[in-house]
Design a protein around this ligand. Structure first.
Ligand SMILES: *Cc1c(COP(=O)(O)O)cnc(C)c1O
Length: 376
C-alpha cells in the first residue's frame, strides 16, 4: 500500500495503522462489545483531566464545532450571559454560535498574535455583573498561540463565575487538570491530539453543573443534558453513533496511554515543534509568535518575501513529496501554517524539512525571510 500523505495540519491528522485497522469491523450500536468500548472511552477521557467522580464525558456526534455549540447551548441558559475571549477564528466562532442560539453574550478581543490578558478579563467581570460564564480557547489554532487558561480560570472562579473551555486543538497534549484548573466544561474532539479519526466531539462536563442544564438547549440534537441522561440510563446514543470512529478513538486512547499520556504525547509534539521551528529558521523563515507564546500544536510562519515564492506552488510541490501543509487564517499577516501534531515524529519532521529545502531550490527561492527582514 502506498504511504498516505503526512498531514502537517490542524486536523484531521495522520493516524497510526493500528487506529485505522481497528475500523475494519461492523458493530451494532446495541452490541455489548460496542457498549463496553463506549463506556471505556468515556472513562478514559475523564481520567485524562483527573475528573473521576466529578466530571462525565458527554459524547456528541459530529466534528469539534458540534461539541462547542452543544456546550454553549446547553451550559448557557436563556437567562445567562457569556463573556467570550477572542484572539482568533475559534473565539469568533463561539460568538457566532451565541448569536445563532440567541444567547446573551459580550466579547473581549485581542489581536491574533497576542494571548488573552487575564487582567482585562477581571475588569470586564467587575464591570458587568450580568455575566455568568466565560469562554476561552486553550490553544487558538488560528495562530497557534497558547492562552493562559489557568490564570483566567482563577479570575473567573474568584469572581464566582463559571468557565467553558474550547480545548480542541490541545486536548491530550497540554495538561488541563480539573483538580488544578477550575472549569465547568471542556470541549474537544476525536481527531486532534488523541490521534483518532474525525466524527466525534465530546464535552467533559462537571456533573453538578450539567445537572442544572435541563431544558436549556436550543437544539434537540445538541442537547448535552438529554444525551447524557440517555447514555447513562440506556447505554444508547439517542441517534446513530459514529461507531467506527468511536472504536478507533478508543484504540487511539490506548495508544495515547501507552505513549505516557498527556506528558508523553506533549513531549513528542514539543520535540516536533522544536525540530520544525529550528529547521525553518535555518532557511530564513520567521514564526509569527515568539517562542514563549507558541503552543507545540501548529506554527504560523510569515510568507517569504522572495519574488519567486508562490505559496500554491510551494504547497503543491510539498504535496507531491507527500507532505500536506495548511494555508494561513490570519487577518494580521500574510502567512501559512505547519502542524506538529498527529502520528508524526522526528523522522517525519526531518524528512519534511529536507523536502522544504528541495522545494525552495526548485522554486529558486534563496531564503524564507519575510519582507520585514528582507527590507532591512
Ligand atoms: C479544530 C478546532 C475546532 C473544531 O473544528 P471542527 O472543524 O469543527 O472539528 C474548534 N476549536 C479549535 C480551537 C480547533 O482547533
Amino acid at each position: 500500500m502506498a504511504q498516505d500523505p503526512w498531514l502537517l495540519t490542524p486536523g484531521p491528522l495522520t493516524t497510526s495503522m493500528t487506529v485505522k485497522q481497528s475500523m475494519l469491523h461492523d458493530w451494532g450500536s446495541r452490541d455489548a462489545g460496542f457498549i463496553a468500548i463506549n463506556d471505556h472511552m468515556r472513562q478514559r477521557l475523564v481520567a485524562l483531566i483527573g475528573g473521576e467522580g466529578v466530571f462525565t464525558t458527554v459524547p456528541m456526534q459530529g466534528s469539534g464545532t458540534f461539541a462547542v455549540e452543544a456546550m454553549i447551548g446547553t451550559f448557557i441558559g436563556p437567562k445567562d450571559k457569556l463573556l467570550i475571549l477572542i484572539n482568533g477564528a475559534y473565539g469568533k466562532r463561539m460568538e457566532k454560535i451565541c448569536t445563532v442560539a440567541k444567547r446573551a453574550h459580550a466579547t473581549l478581543e485581542w489581536a491574533e498574535d497576542m494571548p488573552v490578558d487575564p487582567a482585562l478579563v477581571k475588569l470586564a467581570l467587575a464591570r458587568d455583573p450580568n455575566i455568568t460564564h466565560v469562554a476561552i480557547v486553550q490553544c487558538e489554532t488560528t495562530s497557534g498561540v497558547l492562552n493562559p487558561v489557568a490564570d483566567v480560570a482563577q479570575i473567573v472562579a474568584d469572581a464566582g463565575k463559571r468557565l467553558l473551555v474550547d480545548a480542541m486543538s490541545a486536548f491530550g497534549a497540554l495538561e488541563l487538570d480539573s483538580r488544578k484548573v477550575q472549569y465547568d466544561a471542556l470541549a474537544a474532539s476525536s481527531n486532534k491530539c488523541i490521534e483518532g479519526v474525525p466524527g466525534l466531539g465530546f464535552v467533559l462536563s462537571r456533573i453538578s453543573a450539567l445537572e442544572q442544564t435541563q431544558g436549556n438547549a436550543h437544539a434537540l440534537t445538541l442537547d448535552l443534558f438529554d444525551q447524557w441522561q440517555n447514555i447513562e440510563k440506556t447505554k444508547q446514543y439517542r441517534f446513530t453513533p459514529p461507531i467506527h470512529c468511536i472504536v478507533a478513538f478508543d484504540q487511539a486512547l490506548a495508544e495515547h496511554e501507552a505513549e505516557g499520556g498527556v506528558a508523553g504525547r506533549g513531549g513528542r509534539y514539543r520535540n516536533n515543534c522544536k525540530i520544525l521551528v529550528d529547521g525553518m529558521r535555518r532557511m530564513g523563515f520567521e514564526t509569527l509568535l515568539p517562542d514563549h507564546l507558541q503552543a507545540p500544536i501548529i506554527v504560523t510562519f510569515h510568507m517569504p518575501a522572495d519574488k519567486n515564492f508562490v505559496f500554491q506552488t510551494f504547497y503543491d510541490k510539498l504535496r507531491d513529496r507527500n507532505f500536506v501543509i495548511y494555508p494561513g487564517k490570519l487577518t494580521v499577516a500574510d502567512s501559512f501554517r505547519i502542524g506538529c501534531i498527529g502520528r508524526l515524529g522526528e523522522t517525519e519532521m526531518k524528512a519534511f524539512l529536507a523536502a522544504v529545502v528541495a522545494v525552495l531550490a526548485e522554486m529558486n527561492v534563496a531564503s524564507g525571510a519575510p519582507a520585514r527582514k528582507a527590507a532591512e
